[in-house]
Design a protein around this ligand. Structure first.
Ligand code: COA
Length: 568
């Protein structure tokens, strides 16, 4: 996952070094002394991280390796299609899709790209960088919007199954967060050899237009900019939009292109005559504005957004800087705190201390169910409830998590889950203790909590722990992985052991395959997450996610959540 900025200055992330130990406040020593002005100090997380220790350095080395690999893969994905296709695109005087997005968003704002690793090593017959479509959240004329841009340098911008999935995911982000959609269309429609996997099912191509109709009916604006072909089913993207812009002599909309028309009816017609901008803007009325080139079309799209009369328009893109402070401890140190060896614990308070405003954390039930850390904090001035793993989930930790999620739901406070979980405790004692019903309380609370939820997988995400900690199936607004993270039913060793008990061979090949399938890049290629993020950018991504959740015509109302039956 990448953060693309339209100004270098805006790229800088706020970082502040931790104060020297002499200035750090001894929390325990202060217990009992709580005049109001010291309340914040009492909540301030301290650090025990020693950047000169061998363990820290080894973690940093390993994390550096996986992060560098991720950066290289991301660069490859962001280049788009092969050189030949990009040159052909530019020779047609078209802007490359990422340049279109940069021109579309407000200068100095961030484009929060979703799943740039989509499609990675997914199709044996072809590379489909970023899934052939670029999606994300960006600010246009002060309005936070979801942007969906076809990359026609990748197989003509045609829709592979992963392209459809990524387009639908972007629409889901728009719908949930109530953000206007801008579609930069440049696509040959369905990738025909994959037609059975993109066409008929519920979450296939047709769902794109269904979503457009539903979002429009909910007052979520739909704006299309036709900058290339828009063939067959694809023609419905502009046709279903509230407003459509087309580039003359470049954008084409038709249900069947000239070759098919000739075959079907014998009529010989040029693409421009059949579905060009001039015709659609003056004769058919399929489009509303005619642009002379990409740059002009982008200006028209910005103008359409400025006319939405969108309430968030005047809202600041960030709370004023004076309302929050950066973490006390350096987020770069997360590279020495995280580990690629998921058998080792990741001290989660050290992570929280580098993510939340001022490293302030009001911990809830600190000494009960201690393997789940819960508490209140703020991120860029947005109040959040943090639910974070610090070990295996026991009955007590699960019940505490459910209690805390109820509190946040009651108060309308968004939830941030920091996942590093190998699962719920197993064994006789645990079963007799009713771990299944207590774990179910946590899962039910997560499922029903009707406040924005955000998940960051900082280590392992295994088994039912994935459910209780708001995995993808539990509807987090955004789910990000750190590059060291892994997601799976269980680790490869445990899986091999189980397979052996059921009489199957568990050879090294199986283990290697399972290891590969649990990697973050494997997950991200399939859109099981919204992207892999460098640990030190976690705060920034959560901030952008919170802004997206709060930026639309969206109200988080306290007490909206209706919980089901909790088994006691
Ligand atoms: N399915 C699968 N592959 C397709 C495709 C489709 N619908 N349309 C194009 N491609 C492939 C081409 O074979 C080519 O592959 P290659 O790079 O391996 O040679 C690549 O995409 C680029 O196509 P090309 O025609 O060279 O590029 P272009 O920019 O000149 O034209 C299109 C792009 C999309 C306008 C043109 O290819 C086209 O009209 N395709 C058919 C569109 C169609 O009828 N779709 C039906 C959708 S329901």
């Amino acid at each position: 996952m990448s953060l693309c900025r339209s100004s270098q200055q805006a790229l800088r992330l706020g970082r502040r070094r931790a104060p020297p130990p002499s200035q750090r406040l001894p929390i325990r020593a202060m217990a009992g002394l709580t005049p109001p002005h010291q309340a914040a100090a009492i909540s301030r997380l301290q650090t025990n991280v020693d950047p000169s220790s061998d363990e820290y350095r080894e973690n940093e080395r390993q994390m550096g390796e996986v992060t560098a690999r991720l950066a290289e893969l991301t660069r490859k994905m962001q280049r788009g299609g092969p050189d030949k296709a990009r040159e052909k695109h530019l020779a047609r005087k078209k802007m490359l899709p990422r340049h279109r997005i940069t021109a579309l968003i407000d200068p100095g704002t961030t484009f929060m790209e979703l799943s740039p690793m989509a499609g990675y090593e997914l199709y044996p017959e072809a590379d489909v960088p970023a899934g052939g479509i670029i999606t994300g959240v960006g600010v246009v004329e002060g309005v936070r919007c979801v942007i969906v841009a076809n990359d026609s340098t990748v197989k003509g911008g045609t829709y592979y199954p992963i392209t459809v999935k990524k387009h639908l995911r972007a629409q889901a982000v728009a719908q949930e967060n109530k953000l206007p959609c801008i579609y930069l269309v440049d696509s040959g429609g369905a990738n025909l050899p994959h037609q059975s996997d993109v066409f008929p099912d519920r979450d296939h191509f047709g769902r794109i237009f269904y979503n457009q109709a539903r979002m429009s009916s909910q007052g979520i604006p739909q704006i299309a900019v036709v900058m290339g072909p828009c063939t067959a089913g694809g023609a419905y993207v502009p046709a279903m939009s509230d407003e459509s812009i087309i580039v003359g002599e470049q954008g084409h909309i038709f249900l069947a292109g000239p070759p098919l028309v000739k075959a079907a009816t014998g009529e010989v017609v040029s693409a421009e005559e059949l579905g060009g901008g001039k015709m659609h803007s003056s004769v058919s009325g399929v489009t509303d504005y005619l642009a002379v080139d990409d740059a002009h079309a982008i200006v028209l799209a910005r103008r359409s957004i400025s006319n939405l009369n969108w309430p968030a328009r005047s809202a600041p893109t960030q709370p004023p800087a004076s309302t929050f402070s950066e973490p006390l401890h350096d987020p770069d140190e997360l590279m020495g705190i995280a580990t690629t060896n998921l058998r080792k614990p990741i001290p989660i308070r050290e992570v929280i201390a580098r993510v939340v405003d001022g490293s302030e954390f009001s911990e809830f039930k600190r000494d009960f169910g201690a393997t789940l850390v819960t508490g209140f904090a703020s991120i860029y001035g947005h109040k959040v409830g943090i639910v974070a793993n610090d070990g295996i989930l026991f009955a007590s930790s699960a019940v505490k998590g459910a209690h805390f999620i109820e509190l946040c739901s009651q108060r309308g406070i968004p939830l941030v889950f920091l996942q590093n979980i190998s699962g719920f405790m197993v064994g006789t004692a645990s079963e007799r203790d009713g771990i299944a019903k207590h774990g179910a309380k946590l899962v039910a609370a997560v499922a029903c909590a009707d406040v924005p939820k955000f998940t960051v997988v900082v280590g392992g995400s295994y088994g039912a722990g994935n459910y209780g900690m708001c995995g993808r199936a539990y509807g987090p607004r955004f789910l990000w992985m750190w590059p060291n993270a892994r997601v799976g039913v269980m680790g490869s060793d445990q899986l091999a052991a189980v397979m052996e008990t059921v009489g199957q061979k568990a050879d090294p090949e199986l283990r290697a395959r399972i290891d590969r399938e649990t990697e973050a890049t494997f997950s991200s290629a399939r859109l099981w997450d919204d992207g892999i993020i460098p640990p030190q950018h976690t705060r920034r991504y959560l901030g952008l996610g919170l802004q997206a959740a709060m930026g639309g015509r969206n109200e988080v109302r306290a007490g909206d959540t209706k919980f089901g039956v909790f088994r006691m």
